[in-house]
Design a protein around this ligand. Structure first.
Ligand code: FAD
Length: 412
């Protein structure tokens, strides 16, 4: 018998990846009495970008039984978002939004956040195999599968599962192996970012809330302060526009920060805490979100753009939805994956798609920075910014494209 044959494990649900979508899905499945296991390529803590959460994801963390662990972590609380364009400032406060829901969330270093989620998931009895990479997947006609993984010792083993959840994020394991990848309809953009010490942080609330800075219609920056007095700053835009400065990576990065009037001087003498990273062409899509015996969650499905911090929320919402449907399926109940998974997720993703595309064409920025006050519309937009993109009572959800266009047209 081969070594591989010796190393066979059986499980109901195998989850690929221990990011937020993997741990939320695993925790909900485990809470529902399903036998579930995670394989994770890295050893935690590991770096990943995606540091500003949206209030909607608190519901998913709560359902998964992961919220209390995060509450105990002393992450920087996030009560809203501030947008800055030259001298214009626009503030959104989650306590003043249309949809009833969470009024705060967190700004997190993902290495710490994801580790805390993984630890709590393990406490529920879910096995996470770290340092274990999925290499091959064979899905049989009845939907059951054999997943070949390579473990820390370099040996292959096979996991037999009734169902696979692909929460592999940028690894996009099943989209690659099953040829489901599709290019995004957004142009390639680059994000250039690092963490810095932040001794010149403004005092009071301005010092600790996320700020989105408009540099031009096509280029913007995030400033995400953490509770340990360090801050994440990233610049995002069409790839050719981000290559504006010369020099070493750190020199280019500081040149960017010094070129932004409201950041000038704040970081120039600060330590950059790791070599600034560039991620280019991060937007991605897939042909389908599910198939017999598998479902894609989180970033392995589609990623639009970081501008509205939607990634983790879409990851946890897709994971929670998938976990509920898998539970039903494994109990022998009929599941309408097309309607209850694909169509449902698409409704929310499409709201963000409109917000992202109209951000870059300037029409949403016109709305965000307007001084003409229509408090009700601002509350409705605030709910989208909080991630409540499935509330069909909100006109900026139900008729997102039309609502943004109509409002932008009437503003000067
Ligand atoms: P991940 O968090 O990527 O986790 C996937 C896991 O799968 C990883 O740990 C990986 O090691 C593992 N894996 C991969 N391949 C394999 C394999 N073959 N075998 C086993 N394991 C594997 N989102 C926000 O909410 N807020 C933000 O502010 C934000 N900013 C962003 C900025 C940028 C520049 C970018 C590009 C994205 C940003 N995002 C943001 C999006 C965010 O990064 C993702 O949406 C989020 O991390 C998705 O979570 P996930 O669980 O799907 O995947």
């Amino acid at each position: 018998m081969s070594q591989e044959e010796n190393n066979r494990i059986k499980v109901d649900v195998l989850i690929i990846g221990a990011g937020p979508s993997g741990t939320v899905a695993a925790s909900i499945l485990k809470n529902n009495g399903i036998d579930v296991r995670i394989v994770e390529k890295e050893v935690f803590p590991r770096f990943v970008i995606g540091e500003s959460l949206l209030p909607h994801c608190m519901e998913n963390l709560k359902e998964a039984g992961l919220l209390d662990a995060i509450e105990g972590m002393n992450f920087q609380k996030k009560y809203g978002a501030k947008f800055v364009r030259n001298n214009e400032v626009s503030d959104f406060n989650f306590s003043n939004q249309f949809t009833e829901g969470w009024t705060y969330t967190w700004q997190v270093k993902r290495a710490e956040f994801d580790l805390a989620l993984a630890n709590e998931t393990q406490k529920k009895g879910v096995v996470i195999d770290f340092n274990t990479t999925v290499k091959e997947v064979k899905i049989h006609e009845d939907g059951s599968s054999e997943i070949t993984v390579i473990g820390p010792d370099g040996n292959n083993s096979v996991i037999e599962a009734k169902f696979i959840v692909d929460g592999s994020g940028y690894g996009r394991v099943l989209p690659r192996l099953l040829e489901l990848e599709e290019p995004s309809d957004f142009p390639p953009r680059t994000a250039f970012f690092a963490h810095l010490n932040d001794r010149n942080r403004p005092t009071g609330v301005d010092g600790n809330r996320i700020t989105i800075i408009t540099y031009s219609n096509e280029v913007w920056l995030w400033v995400i302060p953490f509770s340990d007095s360090t801050t994440s700053v990233g610049v995002v835009g069409r790839s050719e526009l981000i290559e504006k400065f010369t020099g070493s990576s750190a020199e280019q990065y500081i040149s960017w920060l010094e070129d932004v009037p409201c950041l000038k001087g704040r970081f120039v003498k600060e330590d950059i805490l790791f070599e600034p990273k560039k991620i280019a062409g991060y937007s991605a899509s897939v042909k389908k979100l599910y198939g017999k015996g598998f479902v894609l969650t989180g970033n392995s499905t589609e990623f639009l753009d970081p501008v509205f911090s939607s990634g983790v929320t879409l990851a946890t919402e897709s994971a929670a939805t998938a976990a509920r449907l898998i539970t039903k399926a494994l109990k022998g109940e009929e599941v309408n994956w097309e309607e209850d998974y694909s169509a449902y997720l698409k409704r929310g993703v499409d709201v963000f798609r409109t917000f992202v595309s109209t951000w870059y064409d300037g029409s949403l920025q016109k709305i965000i920075y307007t001084t003409e006050s229509n408090m009700e519309m601002k509350r409705q937009i605030c709910s989208v910014l909080a991630g409540y993109v499935w509330d069909q009572k909100n006109p900026f959800v139900k008729q997102h494209a039309r609502a943004v266009k109509a409002l932008a047209n009437v503003l000067k």
